[in-house]
Design a protein around this ligand. Sequence first.
Ligand code: UT7
Length: 325
Amino acid sequence: MTVLRSVIKGVGSALPEKILTNAEIAARVETNDEWITQRTGIKQRHVAAEGEKTSDLATKAAQAALAHAGLDISAIDAIIVATTTPDETFPATATRVQMNLGMTRGFAFDVQAVCSGFIYALTVADQMIKGGLVRKALVIGAETMSRLLDWNDRTTCILFGDGAGAVVLQAESGKGDTTDRGILSSHLFSDGRQHDLLYVNGGPSTSTNVGSIKMQGREVFRHAVDHMADVVLHALGSNNMSVTDLDWLVPHQANLRILNATAEKLSMPMEKVVVTVDKHGNTSAASIPLAIASAVKEGKFKPGQLLVLEALGGGFTWGAVLLRW
Ligand code: UT7
């Protein structure tokens, strides 16, 4: 039986020029490079310049992904931007990206699932491709998390960074089994009861201000380690596969200790885990496409290899996408 598969044809990324080191943060709040490195694995993060918007980073990443795919914007049917730091409360940042790219047809919208945003956006695009609504889509994760930080709160301001990553997804026909290239399955979850562990204390219908990130770090850490391992096993099990079938784990980059613990729970060597948290910090919805772009640049993924992308974020939301490169 022939089925439609969503295949990644191009990847791109964009990072703000300004790099903020741990030492620079230590000059502002009571912390130090040793603590941040030991507890998080983060050495630096990129921070948007004044006036540099989420849509600017998203546009640059999209342009790079289009160039990598060898496609013109006129070929794209839809743009989906996963972001928790939109330019404005409305309209969707994706429509600004659409304008920046010179796209005058199709449609563009945002998806909000915080750090799981890219997994959710990829799933939405995949379903639209499978349903026949879209042939080619730009799926972007873009964030300016620095705008949501309380720079006096040492428990959060050390963690986050800004950036964007993008992929071009294209419909291709497959056989309908797990040897197909492209997205094999997606698995989404959320649990609104966990709201208070990780949220922003602002928004249009509450404070009317943007607010800043509030997090119970230790609790989030505990849930992250549980879900990040479980969701990978769930994705593999749903396809009658096991961890030994997996070539690469591309997790949301929140904390190196979470990545280590997840790999350990899965009995996966860290050599198979894509790690960028040391350079980017936690870029929320941008972290997975940034990690993909970085791995592609390093020539890590080979055609036919099996990847799991996975994330957990505020909500809680979490999920995984299993795909063959
Ligand atoms: O994208 C998903 C969302 N986020 C996450 O996944 C983050 C999950 N959580 C974490 O990554 C970790 O919990 C943190 C990195 C946030 C914190 O690490 P931890 O090992 O859980 O530390 P802790 O919160 O238990 O704090 C330990 C100590 C505390 O001091 P006392 O009470 O033991 O005296 C904190 O006050 O470390 C102190 N501390 C710091 N010290 C130096 C907290 N932040 C800092 C800091 N520098 N920046």
